[in-house]
Structure formats: structure tokens, C-alpha cells
Design a protein. Structure first.
Length: 216
């Protein structure tokens, strides 16, 4: 068995396409928030994605888990990986630039490496990782700016909301590794989005007719 030392051309292309889709989602979300509330936008985002993934699972005839503990794991994963970060990051886009939001979102890798080193026995914090995390924290601090912490306002809170979302993503990656390993990625994603929908769809139906865009 050989260890790959370089990234293939196909992998680079796939990475660029993923970056385009992921980065473009911030603009799409900001445009949607001109018409609907934060809760409604998140509900649509997870509900339709769940339907599409379950359709794929059915067509591909992938095994669907029946263990209630796995479905509880899906619910927690949905909260950590979708409900909390999607809601925080959608809300903060009402107060800070979309581009700045996407920059802060890159902090997921920083917190992911740090939390993994603290919580997983086989993820040791090497010198290289420690240096990378330190540089990443400095970058986030520079992007936020000391003035934002000294003169705290709604923009400062929105910036911190993005950081909160990235921390939630980091916890989600650890939860997936501990509780959802061994499942097909498509099934795990569909289950996670189902858990998210069980939270966000009722919230949107209950809250939005009463307060409308005031949820923003």
C-alpha cells in the first residue's frame, strides 16, 4: 500500500468546485434573507436537502439504520452541524459583509484541530499543528480587530456568532467520528439533515407566522 504524496488534477478540480459551491452559498443565503427570516431560510436549506439525499439513498438502495441510538446521534449531529451554525451564520450576515463571513467560517479547521487534540486520544497536537492553530487564531483576531472588542456593538456580536458557528462545526466533526463512524456518508448526511429538519421546520411554522421578518 503506497501513501499518496501529491493531489491529483481531478482532486484539485473537485476541491475548486466544492469551494465555489460552498463559498457561493453565503451569497445565496444573504439574498434569501431579503425575503424570509433566518429560521425559514435554515428550514428550507435542510428540509429540501434531506429529501434529495433520501431519494438518492432509496435509488442506490443503501442500508438505512434502524438502531434508535443512531437516530439520536443523527439528531445531535443535525444540531451541531446544521441548526446551530446555519442559524448563527445566517443571522450574522444581516450585520457584517458576506465575504467577511466566509473568511471567519474558515476558522472551522482551526477549532477542529484544537478540539480533536483535546478530545480524541489518537489526534495529538504536534508542533506543526500548534503553529498552524496559533497562526489561525492570530488571523481571526486581526480580522475581528481589537477595536471591535473594545467598542462592542451588534457587528461585534455578529462576528462572534460566526466564531460560535465554527466551534459548533468542530464539535460536529468529533461527534460524527465517535458516534456515526461506519455509516455510508450519504446515509449519515441524510440522517443528519432529517434531524435538523425535525427542529427547524416546526420552528419555522410556529414562529414565522407570528413574528414574520422580525426574527431577523
Amino acid at each position: 500500500m503506497s501513501n499518496a504524496r501529491t493531489i491529483s488534477t481531478r482532486s484539485w478540480v473537485e476541491l475548486l468546485v466544492l469551494a465555489f459551491i460552498w463559498g457561493g452559498s453565503f451569497l445565496a443565503i444573504r439574498l434569501a434573507l431579503n425575503e424570509v427570516s433566518v429560521v425559514t431560510s435554515v428550514a428550507h436549506r435542510v428540509f429540501w436537502a434531506a429529501l434529495i439525499l433520501w431519494a438518492y439513498v432509496a435509488i442506490a438502495r443503501l442500508p438505512v439504520p434502524r438502531d434508535p441510538r443512531i437516530w439520536l446521534g443523527f439528531l445531535v449531529m443535525g444540531l451541531l452541524n446544521n441548526v446551530i451554525p446555519f442559524s448563527l451564520m445566517a443571522w450574522r450576515q444581516l450585520y457584517i459583509a458576506t465575504g467577511l463571513t466566509s473568511v471567519f467560517n474558515a476558522g472551522t479547521a482551526i477549532f477542529g484541530a484544537l478540539l480533536a487534540a483535546l478530545m480524541l486520544a489518537d489526534e495529538r497536537l504536534s508542533l506543526r499543528k500548534a503553529i498552524g492553530i496559533s497562526i489561525g487564531f492570530c488571523g481571526v483576531a486581526v480580522a475581528i480587530g481589537l477595536d471591535s472588542l473594545r467598542d462592542f456593538d451588534i457587528r461585534s456580536l455578529a462576528q462572534l456568532a460566526v466564531i460560535g458557528g465554527t466551534i459548533s462545526y468542530a464539535f460536529a466533526s468529533i461527534w460524527a467520528r465517535v458516534r456515526l463512524s461506519g455509516l455510508k456518508p450519504q446515509v449519515a448526511a441524510a440522517g443528519m439533515l432529517t434531524g435538523s429538519s425535525l427542529v427547524m421546520v416546526p420552528a419555522a411554522l410556529e414562529l414565522c407566522p407570528k413574528v414574520g421578518d422580525g426574527l431577523k
